[in-house]
Design a protein around this ligand. Structure first.
Ligand code: FES
Length: 83
């Protein structure tokens, strides 16, 4: 299988899976994004995105919008903001 890094032109949602974000529920967020998103958007588990003090962190591409202290209730809003 060939993996490539997301390009900034790709519509993607990076869900941090670093230790701080995992401690604050990012695994559940990753599952929630995967269950809600359309096929033209990539859901990518990411390493630490450098904002641990505001975990869990989600970064959307291509606009590079960072969402902090994301909860399960925010998932739909973030998905809708991509459209
Ligand atoms: S572990 Fe998620 S921002 Fe550092």
């Amino acid at each position: 299988m060939i993996h490539r890094s997301p390009r900034f032109s790709d519509r993607s949602i990076l869900v941090c899976q670093g230790l701080c974000c995992q401690k604050d529920g990012s695994e559940k967020l990753l599952k929630a994004f995967k269950s809600q998103i359309t096929s033209d958007t990539k859901i990518i588990p990411a390493g630490c995105l450098g904002k641990c003090e505001k975990s869990p962190i989600v970064l959307t591409l291509p606009r590079k919008i960072t969402y902090k202290r994301v909860s399960l209730e925010d998932v739909s809003r973030i998905c809708n903001a991509l459209s």
